[in-house]
Design a protein around this ligand. Structure first.
Ligand SMILES: [Zn+2]
Length: 405
């Protein structure tokens, strides 16, 4: 019916088509590897392998069927096998069928309930879930715009966006007085000084002070300089330099590396839960995109993760109605070839270090599947990062004006 050469040409499309119709093919791996070995350009080979990588969430639910059935289904809908004679055409064909590189699935929680604005004045807003936002320190900003990069065609077919897609949680790492009634005057003075500072530098969208009060610093329609050089990805898209794509919420607090207990007051956590609920509801933000600064921060100078490490551990995801996103292996390592060192292991603690090691293993496996040495494969990933990070990656990217470690 087909020569081996023809089969190798249609096989990638068959794999993609099978995922579209929810069918798992037996014995895909040997054919995919065999096909990949025939793509001489390492970058195209890498992108090919990323495009045909299995999607664990979707595939685990469907019953396998013989490959020949899928081939017949595919050929009916194909009609242009000749198109696969050229690798660029192959990649354009994959652009509509993204396949997420392997990441451990996170627990799915219910979507946030309805939250509506109850009252609004020049000084504050109140919401139906008990949230109150103070606007006295609000600052003007520029319009938000950014690119979302589909995982199945990373580096091409970027989609322009203007609505925030995620939240990055921070701590201010600022000076803290004891939380006691005798320190009330000091607590207020320190808090006001901090608010003035973050407003001048437009550090975050929201700040939650020691008393659990929520202050809007920068409008959600504008970027804030909270994340700096950073990377994150959900099941469908990757995002680079999150100042423009994610909202920044900071706690007036300090977090220590590897600490088990949450180092913020319970009322600050309650305020963050109400704020998160409102923002997720208003902007349709996925739970998988609610993460901490330590999870997303990178250093392009040495290509290592963890330049900032606020909330490297002990972020109370469950108390904010979120799944434990700490279990997600670093997208910066998986997608863009960043690495980590023993210094990161010491400062970030065992949990994030363990997941960074998992991400490293995934890179080595992907390199093996691409028949490339890990270093060469990593070099391709880094090249892709640098391309996507421009122009922001070539200059100063604002990030965490308070936190300086
Ligand atoms: Zn931070």
């Amino acid at each position: 019916m087909f020569s081996p050469e023809d089969f190798s040409r249609i096989r990638p499309w068959v794999s993609w088509r099978a995922r579209q119709v929810g069918i798992r093919i037996k014995g895909v791996k040997p054919v995919v590897e065999w096909s990949a070995a025939r793509i001489s350009d390492p970058v195209w080979r890498l992108r090919y392998l990323q495009a045909v990588a299995p999607r664990p969430h979707a595939l685990s639910r469907v019953k396998p069927v013989p490959a020949i059935v899928v081939i017949l289904l595919s050929v009916v809908g194909c009609g242009a096998i000749v198109a696969f004679r050229h690798k660029p055409v192959i990649m354009r064909a994959f652009a509509g069928g993204p396949a997420a590189p392997a990441a451990r699935p996170v627990e799915v929680r219910e979507a946030p309930r309805d939250v509506w604005l109850v009252e609004k004045t020049a000084a504050f807003e109140s919401y139906s879930n008990g949230l109150r936002i103070e606007n006295q320190y609000r600052a003007e900003g520029d319009n938000r715009s950014f690119m979302a990069y589909p995982l199945g065609a990373l580096g091409s077919n970027a989609e322009p966006r203007s609505v925030p897609v995620g939240i990055v949680y921070h701590t201010t790492e600022s000076l803290l007085a004891p939380f006691e009634s005798s320190q009330n005057t000091v607590l207020k003075r320190v808090g006001e000084s901090l608010l003035e500072y973050v407003r001048r530098r437009r550090c975050y969208h929201f700040l939650i002070d020691r008393f659990g009060r929520v202050f809007r610093i920068v409008d959600e329609t504008s970027p804030a300089g909270h994340a700096g050089h950073s990377v994150w990805a959900d099941g469908e898209y990757a995002y680079v330099n999150l100042n423009d794509s994610f909202l920044g919420i900071s706690f007036e607090a300090q977090t220590g590396a590897g600490e088990a207990a949450t180092a913020v007051e319970a009322h600050q956590v309650r305020a963050a839960a109400m704020l998160t609920e409102m923002l997720r509801r208003r902007y349709g933000i996925e739970a998988a995109n609610c993460v901490t600064h330590a999870q997303v921060s990178v250093n392009p100078d040495n290509m290592r993760i963890g330049y900032h490490l606020d909330w490297a551990s002990s972020f109370p995801f469950d108390r904010l109605g979120l799944p434990d996103n700490y279990i997600v292996p670093s997208p910066a390592i998986r997608l863009f070839g960043f690495s980590f060192d023993s210094d990161f292991e010491q400062r970030a603690g065992p949990r994030m270090s363990g997941n960074a090691a998992v991400a490293e293993d995934q890179v080595v496996q992907q390199a093996g599947a691409a028949h490339l040495a890990p270093e060469l494969y990593r070099k391709s990933l880094r090249k892709l990062y640098r391309r996507l990070a421009q122009p922001a990656g070539t200059g100063a990217v604002a990030g965490d004006g308070v936190l300086a470690r």
